[in-house]
Design a protein around this ligand. Structure first.
Ligand SMILES: [Zn+2]
Length: 527
């Protein structure tokens, strides 16, 4: 196996070498070409390969930018992000790595619509929701995000970066062509998230929302009922938001509607993330109490809570016990993880790590270059998150047996998730801390979706896994709405044969209409 792998790698190198030589010959007259490499060891570190194409460019309105791309090992990555950089402005465009063929040069066309403004808008950097000036970008940053834990020596060649005008000759993502739904298996469970605590919109409320969900053939509802800073139901554990005083207990309303329409209800509560709209005072108070996550260089993350602070742990456990006691069918954990690789280095976490592992002075600085220490750090972080999941599970099961416990989790190989966010959900499943999980398999590429489905079932009982489908996660890409994209992901889950259902994220004003179009008021999700 090893030998076969090495020889194919050699072939790739040879081809890349030839392509590079060819590029140099053909483009000697002032055109451009860049070679990048990354030696990725087995495991989850580093999480991504990062390169920069130092060439200025504009993204014309009637076209975009194009370049040749050749990657030796696209299968290692979930996606490759191409980020247009201008000063401190960074606008990303995502390419599904599974749409790239190894060692083959493909021309990539990026239009303005392929660049994502969502996070810039959410962070308040684009108040009117659009980017007015698409000129004068200084460079293109390439981030190849790991999905596979296997080692590889990756080579990437970029050439002929130039503006183009007119429609892109090759679409960035192969167009969807699923015309009909594959029939579901018997007893298929179809979860639907709703990320607003009051239903699809405030006017509809839960009665109308639940009726529409039922008409789409969904079986289980995952309503987001709050974050550590405030919840939308009467609580004796967490602060209750004003909305409840004015409009009533939203969990009660949701549960009543679910009962009326024969839907199961699994309220979802975000664990360690305070949310973008978290009041500044709350975040400041959390900081003063030492409850926020801290990066290696000592920066407090204003929206993230540290999973080793006793008050944070107590709030998590008691919240889920309280929720489970409200007559619901299940509880859903979300954001039960670290922010990323670079947390948490708060004084308490440092002291705990030192006490447990005997790590000496200056270990934080040595961490990245010391694989043995990194392994201990990963185990420490995972242990902290798993301890919270275990504590929630034990108490919920003791007090409210029969209430399902589930979690939204990261997608990718187990070591990659462990390194990335300290989330060992395969372990949670194996030990029975959770009944089922939904990996966040968010992509618009069918090929990437298939790869994720395949990787997520490794080493687990897939009968306890309901992959996410995120039609509303990328609504700006596929306008006008393409129901075929939703259909092809539903079909992918059904055709995989091993999954007992799926979870759609989420029932918004936009995607609820898409769901109705696809699942049909009478179509009942293809039954
Ligand atoms: Zn900490």
């Amino acid at each position: 196996m090893k030998q076969q792998y090495d020889s194919s790698l050699c072939r790739c190198r040879l081809i890349v070498g030839l392509v590079t030589m060819l590029s140099a010959m053909v483009f000697a007259g002032g055109t451009n070409g860049w070679d990048f490499a990354a030696d990725l060891p087995a495991g989850g570190h580093p999480l991504r390969a990062l390169w920069t194409v130092k060439q200025g460019f504009d993204v014309p309105e009637d076209g975009g930018i194009a370049f040749d791309l050749n990657c030796t090992n696209p299968e290692l990555f979930s996606h490759i992000t191409f980020t247009a950089i201008r000063g401190d402005l960074a606008v990303p465009a995502m390419v599904g790595a599974a749409d790239l063929r190894p060692c083959e040069t493909q021309r990539i066309y990026l239009t303005r619509r392929d660049f994502t403004l969502k996070d810039l808008v959410k962070d308040g950097k684009l108040p009117d929701g659009k980017l007015d000036d698409w000129s004068g970008f200084e460079s293109l940053r390439i981030s190849a995000w790991r999905i596979a834990a296997k080692p590889a020596d990756v080579k990437v060649h970029i050439a002929n970066m130039a503006e183009f005008h007119g429609p892109p000759p090759v679409p960035l993502v192969p167009p969807p062509n699923a015309k009909a739904l594959v029939p579901p298996r018997e007893g298929e469970r179809r979860f639907i998230s709703c990320h607003r605590p009051y239903g699809v919109d405030e006017k509809s409320g839960w009665d109308k929302t639940a009726r529409r969900m039922k008409a789409c053939g969904f079986t289980d509802v995952l309503p987001l009922m709050g974050r550590p800073g405030g919840v939308y139901y009467r609580s004796s554990v967490l602060p209750v938001v004003d909305y409840v005083t004015q409009h009533g207990d939203q969990l009660e309303a949701c549960l009543k509607a679910c009962r009326q329409y024969g839907l199961k209800c699994h309220p979802c509560k975000v664990s360690f993330n305070l949310g973008r709209d978290c009041p500044k005072e709350l975040s400041e108070r959390m900081g003063k109490e030492g409850r926020l996550m801290v990066t290696a260089d000592g920066r407090e993350l204003k929206r993230w809570l540290c999973p080793t602070h006793p008050d944070n742990i107590r709030d998590e456990v008691e919240t889920f016990v309280e929720l489970a006691g409200k007559g619901v069918d299940g509880v859903r954990l979300d954001f039960i993880r670290y922010f990323g690789t670079d947390t948490c280095f708060c004084p308490r976490c440092r002291a705990l790590f030192e006490a447990r592992t005997g790590a000496g002075d200056g270990w934080v600085k040595k961490l990245k270059g010391d694989p043995a220490l990194l392994e201990k750090w990963d185990a420490f972080r995972c242990g902290n998150i798993t301890a919270v999941v275990k504590a929630i599970s034990e108490k919920v099961r003791a007090r409210h047996p029969g209430v399902e416990i589930s979690a939204a989790v990261f997608t990718g190989d187990r070591p990659v998730n462990i390194a990335r966010v300290g989330q060992d959900w395969q372990d949670w499943l194996a030990k029975g801390y959770v009944d089922h999980v939904s990996p966040m398999t968010y992509t618009r590429s069918r090929n990437s979706y298939l790869v994720m489905l395949e990787r997520n079932r490794a080493g687990i009982d897939a009968g306890r896994c309901y992959p996410y489908i995120g039609p509303s996660v990328w609504p700006w890409f596929d306008k006008p709405v393409k129901p075929a994209r939703l259909r092809e992901q539903v079909n992918a889950v059904r055709e995989a044969g091993c999954y007992p259902g799926f979870a759609v994220f989420e029932f918004s004003e936009y995607s609820s209409k898409l769901c109705e179009k696809v699942f049909g008021k009478s179509g009942k999700s293809g039954e």
